[in-house]
Design a binder for this molecule. Structure first.
Ligand SMILES: NC(=O)C1=CN([C@@H]2O[C@H](COP(=O)(O)OP(=O)(O)OC[C@H]3O[C@@H](n4cnc5c(N)ncnc54)[C@H](O)[C@@H]3O)[C@@H](O)[C@H]2O)C=CC1
Ligand SMILES: O=C(O)C(=O)Cc1ccc(O)cc1
Length: 314
């Protein structure tokens, strides 16, 4: 989708995987006239400049947001409040302020109070990423055929919401809107818990005394390897996610632990029916994901593979 630029000046605060991908997507698709980049670390800023991600670069986030009509916070969620305090006095009246954080309630609580009158604050979350981090990890197609969830306040300025929605659509995403608390509950089960489980299982394997680390590496089946990919995700980012979506994650963990105990009991008592029934039920979730065209490992990823038969071993 091409067209006239939507914004004069986009400021990206934080230029890791997501900031870098946004810079490249916006540039490639002509979504903004100018890109201002700011980040905390001089080495990262220098790398962003070497990669040509922006038109201007500053270690001072207030300098980057000066005159910007779109400001996107692309930092770990635990850093949002400090950044918001810092940039608040420099934000332009009428600007859209958004973010890409994996948690939304915390961003509203921590950023919201610092947003000046006349600035449109609309939190967002692209459900697109990888286990990589830093500016070199970014790529322009990251958001294509992925969802972006916006969690606007009830009294949101409709024109600003439409403009931000258009921005994400032109990055290639489908846009959904929902309440922040609901977002946090949904993401706790589909993203935060899987990462926690991955960190835990890889940690458990690493702690084993009877099985050596080299055996774990040598014989890792693809299931374990999938966990190691997730468990290689950025520690700062995931520490912040856990601390900033505490209630929803604890709620999902409690349910998960109960279900795991039931599985444990079924194995102990030889309840094959229970195991078979659960494994049959879960198989259909996988089938639905493939049918919805949401499986990135599938050759047909992104195409709605409704007419592709699900291959069963039976
Ligand atoms: N990695 C992923 O797969 C996804 C991440 N997100 C969210 O996007 C945000 C950014 O994540 P990534 O780009 O993956 O992280 P990253 O680690 O690749 O980049 C983070 C950037 O923020 C900068 N930064 C950290 N603290 C800062 C501070 N106090 N002030 C200014 N800059 C600071 C770092 O220097 C770096 O440039 C996070 O909130 C994360 O929850 C959302 C979707 C997917
Ligand atoms: O790499 C993966 O599998 C991910 O799950 C990426 C991801 C990480 C965090 C998000 O908030 C959204 C997407």
């Amino acid at each position: 989708m091409t067209g006239a630029p939507l914004f004069e000046r986009m400021a990206l605060i934080g230029i890791g995987l997501i900031g870098s991908s946004l810079a490249q997507a916006a540039r490639e698709r002509g979504l903004v006239k100018e890109i201002a980049v700011s980040t905390r670390s001089p080495a990262t800023l220098q790398r962003a400049e070497e990669l040509g991600l922006g038109d201007s670069y500053s270690l001072d986030a207030a300098v980057a947001v000066d005159g910007a009509d779109l400001v996107i916070l692309c930092v770990p969620v635990g850093a949002n409040e400090a950044v918001a305090k810092w940039i608040a006095p420099a934000l332009k009246k009428g600007a859209i302020l958004t973010d890409v954080g994996s948690t939304k309630g915390s961003v509203i609580d921590q950023v919201g109070p610092h947003v000046p009158q006349g600035v449109h604050f609309i939190p967002g979350h692209p459900i697109a990423g990888t286990e990589q981090s830093g500016p070199d990890a970014g790529f322009s197609t990251l958001f294509e055929q992925r969802w972006c969830i916006l969690t606007p306040p009830e009294d949101v300025d409709q024109a600003a919401l439409e403009k931000l929605t258009a921005f994400w659509r032109r990055c290639g995403s489908d846009v959904d809107r929902m309440d922040a608390r609901h977002h946090d509950l949904v993401l706790a089960i589909v993203s935060h818990l899987p990462h926690l489980i991955a960190y835990n299982i890889v940690g458990t394997a690493d702690d084993l005394e009877t099985v050596t680390k080299s055996e774990v590496i040598k014989y890792s089946a693809s299931g374990f390897r999938d966990f190691t990919r997730l468990a290689a995700s950025d520690p700062t980012m995931w520490r912040d996610v856990c601390l900033n979506n505490k209630d929803a994650i604890l709620e999902m963990l409690a349910r998960f632990s109960e279900d795991l105990s039931a599985l444990q009991r079924a194995i102990r008592w030889g309840d094959g029916d229970m195991l078979f029934d659960l494994f049959t039920r879960t198989r259909s979730i996988r089938r639905s994901i493939i049918e919805a065209g949401q499986d990135m490992d599938e050759p047909d990823f992104g195409r709605h593979a409704k007419d592709k038969p699900f291959i069963s071993a039976d």
